[in-house]
Design a protein around this ligand. Sequence first.
Ligand code: FE
Ligand code: FE
Ligand code: ZN
Length: 276
Amino acid sequence: MEYVGCHLSISDGYVSMAETAERIGANTFAFFIRNPRGGNSRKPSQEEIAEFNHATEKFAPLVVHGAYTMNLCSDKEDVRNKAVGMLKDDLELMEQIPGNYYNFHPGSHLFQGIQAGTCFIAEALNGILDAGQSTVVLLETMAGKGSEIGQNFQELAAVLDKIRCKEKAGVCFDTCHVWDAGYDIRDNLDSVLDVFDHAIGIDKLKAVHINDSLYGRGSRKDRHAKLGKGTIGLEALERIVKHPALAGKPFILETPCNLTEYQQEIALVNNWLGEA
Ligand code: FE
Ligand code: FE
Ligand code: ZN
């Protein structure tokens, strides 16, 4: 089964997202569980949750996104504590929509170094992840802006290796980020996935953010582009979507699209998958 969807806005409520997804041909989607720049999450009512869970029953795992401001490895203790609070809160809410993915940016170590950064992230996760939870948290591969952790697979492996509830953690593979970080997914996809497999284990790759990139390989810019409107290009994106190692994963578009354009991109990806 193929699962393709896009990023949707939660501003009209949970149920409306599920309806929108259905309308544009998506069978999975992503949304920010709280304001991406921080702030509080909207607490849905029990009825809203029940209706949402019913409407998304036949969907693939959703790939819910944590806030950008959640920095589990900040050099400031209060920022770290706030991040831990957000994560705890978000994962509590996630258990109301059970069995989905919670994807987040690992964090920025702010010149404390990768070693310190990965330790803080793992420590935070070890304090929160519970063997009984239904949510699997996904660390996102990052473009490498500033001091972002996760711009190479080894950094993500360093976090995952330290996590005790191993089956509750994985990776979300963002094509724009991986490319911007320097991995040649355009002309050497097999070898990039091989490097991933050796560093992390391909079984840990649970979801894909399928984006083109405005800037070149290794640019570390993190500027998403519509499919075919960037430096990765349609041919390479088609190869990624059809790659057997990624078969059956939820593919989430995070391109600068309105809903009509998202509908077209979902159709394009489904078309590729239909031919796979
Ligand atoms: Fe992200
Ligand atoms: Fe992403
Ligand atoms: Zn990005």
